[in-house]
Design a protein around this ligand. Sequence first.
Ligand SMILES: Nc1ncnc2c1ncn2[C@@H]1O[C@H](COP(=O)(O)OP(=O)(O)OP(=O)(O)O)[C@@H](O)[C@H]1O
Length: 283
Amino acid sequence: MISDMDAELFPLEQAPERAGSLLSPEMAGEQTNPVRPAVTVEALNLSKTFLLGGEVIRAVDHVSFAFTEGQFVAILGPSGSGKSTLLYLLGGLDKPSSGALNMDGVDVTRLGGNQEHRFRRQKLGFVFQAFHLIPRLTALENVMLPMELKGGMTSSARHERASDLLKQVGLNENRHHHKPGRLSGGQQQRVAIARAIANDPRVILADEPTGNVDAHTGRMIIRLLKQLAEQGRTVIVVTHDSSVAGVADVRLQLENGQITLMENYVPPVLNTPVQHKKKGRKR
Ligand SMILES: Nc1ncnc2c1ncn2[C@@H]1O[C@H](COP(=O)(O)OP(=O)(O)OP(=O)(O)O)[C@@H](O)[C@H]1O
């Protein structure tokens, strides 16, 4: 079913078709179950190749999986195995060379320009190892920014929500008006997590979120991400950190761009029927 937000993003006659599914439309339709968690991220033979000095590098090589709301997924693998490239593909920060990627029921590989930006802003939250906060903005302003870009909220509503989110992630109120340069790594990562969830995304993508903080803060960051998954979001984390892997519901191991192990992975049955484009239909 196309949600209200999707309908706003993609008027029905322009709605991108799903390019494919791990299940047939019949199976997905027949087995619809209202209590089954919805699939939020679905990759089908997703690949990314780079050409480097005449050499073809298969950074992500025919990868397929589907994750549902509420899942905490760790992507593991040796250096150069394709973890970050896969995460960037999932986040739309890079385009796949081939394959399909459905996010929250929409084939994102077919989005372009503004549609893509709006989709990412509304459905995805990013957390990076290096935090990537805007240095000239305070913690509060950094969290307000995604809401401002999305639009539809008054300044005081944005302020109130940002302040609430910063409290939720445990940033002391006396730090809310500090710029990132005056915050510790752990405090900056809390701000980055608050910013990632500012627009209440369905999916959170994190690239080594504990890579730049001490072990104690790392555990706190993991707890926060785990809570976000328990609240119903899909949280996908690229990590070398065994304690992140330890709390994950699903562990996905990559080597040379291919999945070599999917631990605890159960292919979900799609909760919603596959959307097919209806040509010429008016809203
Ligand atoms: N822009 C690019 N151009 C050429 N090759 C690239 C590019 N980006 C990544 N690669 C190559 O793709 C492969 C996968 O890289 P990727 O950064 O995804 O690995 P990773 O598992 O995240 O590594 P690490 O754990 O060290 O961050 C590597 O061989 C890398 O050199």
